[in-house]
Write a new protein. Structure first.
Length: 145
């Protein structure tokens, strides 16, 4: 878990009733780098035809540029490259391949949002665990004694 992810989880845990309104500042170069290294190196390139290896050749410059575009609002996702694969019954199934930078940004957003949802889920899960009947009987006896 990165520092940004830990900060988000801590903020959600600390203020359960509050709303998180600003998450963009958590998408920094470190989060983008972790997202890049989490991608499959052998994945089929998208419409940009950029491979993982080509992007890695000047990784830091690419990440600095991507980070700047994301934070200034200049970043725009590219259309997915569409291919069709045959199904067993003879029909075609569409398959979309995202551009490499789109995959990086998507993975970074997933990493940030996962921390929020996991913290919320854990709070809900703990609050809704029913007490087993035998333990309830035992605690009732202690109270009545």
């Amino acid at each position: 878990m990165s520092k940004a992810e830990a900060r988000i989880r801590e903020a959600v845990t600390r203020n359960r009733q509050g709303k998180l309104t600003a998450l963009l500042h958590h998408i920094n170069i470190d989060v983008l780098r972790v997202s890049f290294f989490g991608l499959k190196k052998s994945a089929t390139p998208g419409v940009d035809e950029m491979t993982w290896t080509e992007y890695a050749e000047i990784l830091e410059a690419n990440l600095v540029d991507l980070h700047a575009r994301v934070h200034t609002g200049a970043y725009r996702a590219l259309l997915s490259r569409r291919r069709y694969i045959s199904k067993a019954d003879g029909r075609q199934r569409p398959l979309g391949m995202a551009a490499l930078e789109d995959k990086i940004v998507q993975a970074a957003v997933v990493a940030i949002l996962t921390q929020i949802y996991e913290a919320e889920f854990q709070a809900t899960k703990v609050a809704s665990i029913p007490v087993p009947p035998r333990e309830q009987e035992h605690s009732d006896k202690e109270i009545n004694s």
